[in-house]
Every structure is written in C-alpha cells, then in structure tokens.
Design a binder for this molecule. Structure first.
Ligand SMILES: CC(C)(COP(=O)(O)OP(=O)(O)OC[C@H]1O[C@@H](n2cnc3c(N)ncnc32)[C@H](O)[C@@H]1OP(=O)(O)O)[C@@H](O)C(=O)NCCC(=O)NCCS
Length: 304
C-alpha cells in the first residue's frame, strides 16, 4: 500500500495544492484556487468532509476529498494512475451515502476508462455539470463603469466584513430568479478572513465595484497560479439590485487587467454547462472566454 495520511489542517490543503499545481493543464479539473476557496469559504465544515492524501516521501501523488458523504473530488498524478484503485477503494468505504458520484474532464481518457471499469456510469446532461473555459490576456477591453461607480481591489478596500457582505448579497439571489425569496450564503467576515489567509490569495486580485451609495455592487476574486501562469475566477457575483448594468463584466475586466499585470498569460473559469443555469456561461462568453473542456459526472451505487 502507498503511504497516506488523513487531512489534519491547512498544511494538508497546501500539500494537495502542490499536486494540483504540479500536474495542472487545461485538461485537469482543479486549479489551486478552487481548493482554497472551497475549503475556506465557510467555517465549521471540516466535520462534513473526509480527505486523504497519498505520498511518496514528501511528494503528494494523489488526494481524495469526499463531500456530503457521497461525492468525490480527486486528483492522481498521471504518472501514478495505478493509485486509482487505492483512492476509489478508500472512497467507496469511507462514503456514508448509498449513491456515489465523482467527476473527471472529457479529456481524461485513462480515468474515464478506469471509472467505467470500476462500474461507474456516465450521468446524463440533465444533471448539472461544469465547463472549463479560458481566454488569453491579450487585447483586454478597458473597464467601463456607469457614472459614480468605481472599481477597487481588496488591496485598497481591506475590509473582510464588507467583502463578505458583498458576496452574500450577490449569492442570495441566483441569476434569472431574482424574484424568488432570497437564500442565505454562509460566507461571513470570519470565513472571508480565512479565505484571505489561504495560499495563494492576493488582495490585489480580489476586486469589487462600489456603487454611488457606498454598497459593494459586484465582486470577482481571482487566484493566480504563478508556476503555470494561469488565474482562476472564483467566485464572481453581482448584488441582485444591480444586475444587467454591466457590473460583472466590469469587475471581471478590472481583475483581468490586474492578473495580466501580475504576469499571468491565461484566465480560466468553470461556469455551469447545463441548461439549468446558463447566465454565468453567457457572462463569460461576453468577456471572450471559450470552452476548452467539460466535466463528465459519474455515478455508482455503494456496495453494502
Ligand atoms: C451571473 C451574474 C454574476 C451576472 O452579473 P451582472 O452584473 O448582472 O452581469 P452583466 O450586467 O455584467 O452582464 C453581462 C452579460 O452577461 C450575460 N448575462 C448576465 N446575466 C444574465 C442572465 N440572467 N441571463 C442571461 N444572460 C445573462 C448577458 O450576456 C449580459 O449582457 P447583456 O446584459 O448586454 O445581455 C449575476 O447574475 C450573479 O451574481 N448571479 C449569482 C451568482 C452567480 O451565479 N455567479 C456566477 C458564478 S460562475
């Protein structure tokens, strides 16, 4: 058996990110920023998750992260795909729910074959799935804002309380269903502080648009992987009181200019690809992002 350890703190997220960064390409499903955001956007979620890392010496060869007792995020070094069986034996034992799901990208041919061999079936496109979209950082349009609005980054704003409120106001009403009763996001000043403390967060890449009345109307955080020269948007949102004014476009453009100035060559984002939630995909298309891959969701029953 390959040496492994179970997740015991933020240093293990950093270890998982080391694999994610080492093997990153447009055809790998995760960016170091996805891991940081999803691990830290809320507080108090650690008991919900089981996470295991496999090693050779200090080098992480694979990791698995189980959500809701049933859904596996995983990455395996392409040079060590023999670890697939170990990762999935662990998942199928550690999961607590009967219906198991996981996801790979369409270009991950070897993993697709291994999943089929282990009895996983491809779930149809009526189930939500993510796209992978990207654009280079040449020929960025200038940031255009309505009169009285201004774009600024967390390097200037420096206020996790206001930043978290901006996030909550954006995510309490989803696009196209603004008339529905608002939901509640669990992002708080405390959780945003832990996001800001996570590697590789940079305040100069976390942007907001401030409205004339002082409210933060739109926001976009970019995570920069310097080794691969690629920045990820995660998350992006506009307060429902300020939608369809071009503010998401503007805040994303402001972040893209900052990302380019930081030395990146590529920006990526993973909006939903299914027809159940098309607005973000439409937004990123207006910003010049095109799809280069998609998630293939797989499901299997857990053996009793
Ligand atoms: C998606 C969201 C960020 C868009 O914010 P916004 O400030 O209203 O977007 P913009 O005004 O900059 O829109 C730019 C373009 O995106 C597309 N777009 C935006 N909202 C759309 C919607 N509800 N339906 C279809 N297309 C939409 C349009 O092409 C639009 O251009 P147009 O208004 O000239 O037609 C916002 O609705 C939101 O925060 N939703 C909840 C959180 C979320 O889903 N975030 C994105 C996750 S990846």
């Amino acid at each position: 058996m390959t040496p492994f350890r179970d997740y015991s703190g933020f240093q293990d997220l950093r270890a998982m990110q080391s694999l994610t960064q080492r093997i990153w390409s447009p055809t790998t499903p995760f960016h170091i920023g996805n891991l940081a955001w999803e691990r830290f956007e809320h507080v108090g979620r650690e008991p919900e998750w089981k996470t295991r890392l496999w090693f050779e010496g200090e080098t992480v060869l694979a990791w698995g992260w189980i959500h809701d007792g049933s859904h596996l995020y995983f990455q395996i070094d392409p040079a060590r795909l023999d670890l697939f069986e170990e990762v999935f034996s662990w998942f199928e034992t550690a999961a607590t729910e009967p219906d198991l799901t996981t996801m790979v990208l369409d270009a991950q041919a070897e993993l697709l074959a291994r999943l089929a061999g282990r009895g996983y079936r491809v779930v149809g496109d009526d189930h939500p799935f993510g796209l992978r979209t990207s654009r280079d950082l040449e020929n960025l349009k200038p940031v255009v804002l309505p009169r009285g609005y201004r774009a600024l980054s967390m390097a200037d704003l420096r206020d996790p309380e206001r930043r978290a409120l901006a996030h909550r106001n954006a995510w309490s009403r989803i696009a196209g269903r603004e008339a529905d009763p608002p939901g509640r996001s669990r992002v708080t000043a405390e959780s945003y502080r832990q996001v800001m403390a996570a590697w590789p967060y940079r305040p100069g890449l976390d942007w907001v648009v401030e409205a004339p009345d002082g409210r933060l109307a739109a926001n976009a955080c970019v995570w920069f992987d310097e080794v691969n020269g690629v920045g990820l948007f995660e998350p992006v949102g506009t307060d429902a009181d300020f939608r369809r004014l071009g503010l998401a476009q503007a805040v994303c453009l402001a972040a893209l200019h900052a990302l380019k100035a930081a030395g990146a060559r590529l920006a990526v984002v993973g909006p939903r690809g299914d027809d159940g939630y098309p607005a973000p995909r439409a937004l990123y298309a207006t910003l010049g992002f095109t799809a280069h891959g998609r998630e293939i969701v797989h499901a299997r029953k857990r053996l009793a």
